[in-house]
Design a protein around this ligand. Structure first.
Ligand code: CS2
Length: 504
């Protein structure tokens, strides 16, 4: 949105010129006082409501001024246009079930768009003062092929690898990067060439085993680059990829949120993000060099992040997707409305209790049944306005990460995951309805928002009695193993048939 004409725009100047209304928390650091030590790829709302807040709090707790962030957008310059005129300042509007609060964040020292600023991003990744690169580029941003390796046929990644090959032959760094992985690899290449020292790359996306997955993806991609072996060797010795579990519900910001924040602050804020009160960050404690003292401000640094990450993906994210698909099919606009529907709440509890919990090992000190209940309470928060359609997007990328691991573990243990099959069926029914123009939520038609939309729509079209089979044959989602499992196929067929009853 364009900031409203009535109120001045948030910036260092307007902020310093006016006393802050009580109840609004001032930035803990002034962006002008910090230098960049961290580059973030994927400057969406989630980063601004999560890692940027932890990083600001850590800087404030330690007094260190070397952890300013260079935030790099992915697909467009829109976020740069929102934040650059505000000197990187923005608000986080926290919406609890009963209270709302606003804080301003000052940890974004600089913002960049690869379309015009690639050289600057690469040289910042390669600067000796930069020690950490974090990423939130969503599941699809990694451009992985069905086998989990790099999708070398992806035109953006292919263009980036050509640019990288040019750079490795001594060419310039000014070709605009088109994919996050390409940007990262080219930044690593420049860092190696400039001998700028070790680096830690922290994947903050909802991928199972995200650190190891990104490390393997980087290595496999370099295998495909002519003369990439030297860089690959350097990455192996000098770069660490800790795994992480990130958690905060951050719905899309609406004009109503901006208006609410403006009435609290008295300034307009085009970079505003909103979030629930809960926030959590668990990080594997393997860094190649210095990092912000995130553990001083609530992050958990641990040797083994996997139990946390698995519990979060399989309990929270899988339940979220279940509520999103079934909720949208039943006409619920928000996750809060969906979880208040007793049929859907029971469906989610069955998923967690019957199929998910038997596959999990509780992280230290965590009671998984309590965790399930806490997650459902968070979903029930009526004030975030998180929509079912937002969570439903990109199902082909999300389900393998948050649900199909559960399915595989249950099958390997000799059980048929019937509850998880219901979630798969819900996705299938959603894909069919959305791709055939048969879905309306809140009076608005819903279309299928997914990078595999054409293939999914083709599989979803056709007779209902073979719908489950056609969808399970989409190997990019289910792999050969699940497509070939008779037990799973029968369970999904049954669940698709039963869904007609759930929808009614
Ligand atoms: C959600 C997540 O949109 C989605 O797929 O399940 O973004 C979820 O809100 C976060 O992972 C919560 O930490």
């Amino acid at each position: 949105m364009t900031p409203s004409a009535g109120a001045p725009r948030l910036s260092r100047a307007t902020l310093h010129g006016t006393p802050l209304p009580s109840g609004v928390r001032a930035p803990a650091v002034d962006p002008a006082d910090v230098s960049v030590g961290l580059v973030h790829l994927g400057l969406g709302a989630f980063h601004r409501a999560h890692q940027a807040v932890f990083t600001e709090d850590a800087a404030a707790a330690t007094g260190e001024n070397r952890w300013g962030i260079l935030g790099v957008t992915q697909r467009s310059a829109r976020v740069v246009d929102q934040l650059a005129p505000q000197d990187g300042l923005y608000g986080v509007l926290t919406k609890g079930s009963t209270e709302t609060s606003l804080r301003l964040v000052g940890s974004l020292r600089d913002v960049a768009f690869p379309g015009t600023d690639t050289s600057r991003v690469l040289s910042t990744i390669a600067a000796p003062t930069t020690h950490v690169v974090t990423l939130t580029v969503t599941e699809k941003g990694y451009r992985r092929a069905a086998d989990g390796g790099p999708d070398l046929a992806d035109p953006d990644l292919a263009a980036d690898l050509e640019a990288l090959a040019t750079e490795l032959r001594g060419g310039g760094t000014d070709i605009p990067a088109r994919s996050p992985l390409g940007l990262l690899l080219r930044g690593l290449a420049l860092r190696e060439r400039q001998d700028a020292g070790n680096l830690t790359v922290v994947c903050c996306d909802n991928l199972a085993d995200n650190g190891a997955v990104l490390a393997a993806l980087v290595a496999a991609t370099l295998d495909a680059v002519p003369h990439g072996d030297r860089l690959r060797g350097w990455v192996e010795t000098s770069v660490r990829f800790p795994g992480t579990m990130v958690d905060r519900i951050v719905p899309a910001t609406t004009d109503a949120h901006r208006a609410e924040a403006q009435s609290l602050l008295g300034l307009s804020d085009a970079g505003l993000v909103i979030g629930e009160p809960f926030t959590q960050w668990v990080i594997q404690d393997t860094f190649a060099g210095p990092r912000p003292a995130w553990e001083r401000v609530g992050a958990i640094l641990t040797a083994d992040v996997a139990p946390y990450e698995r519990a979060k993906l399989r309990v929270l994210n899988a339940s979220h997707s279940t509520l999103a698909y079934l909720g949208a099919l039943r006409g619920h606009a928000t996750i809060a409305q969906a979880v208040a529907d007793p049929t859907l709440e029971a469906t989610v509890r069955a998923l967690v209790d019957e199929d998910v919990l038997p596959t999990l090992v509780a992280p230290d000190g965590m009671d998984l049944e309590q965790y399930r209940d806490d997650v459902l309470t968070r979903f029930a928060n009526p004030n975030t306005g998180h929509t079912t359609v937002q969570v439903a997007m990109d199902g082909s990328q999300k389900l393998p990460q948050r649900l199909l691991g559960t399915v595989r573990d249950r099958l390997a243990g000799g059980s048929v995951p019937t509850a998880a099959a219901t979630t798969v069926a819900a996705w299938i029914a959603y894909v069919r309805a959305a791709s055939q123009g048969e879905l309306e939520v809140d009076g608005r038609p819903v279309t299928l928002d997914d990078p595999l939309a054409p293939a999914l729509a083709a599989a979803a079209a056709g007779p209902l009695d073979s719908l489950a089979d056609r969808m399970l044959d989409v190997r990019a989602v289910f792999g050969d193993d699940l497509a070939g499992s008779d037990a799973f196929r029968s369970a999904v067929r049954r669940a698709v048939a039963e869904l007609v009853t759930i929808r009614a």
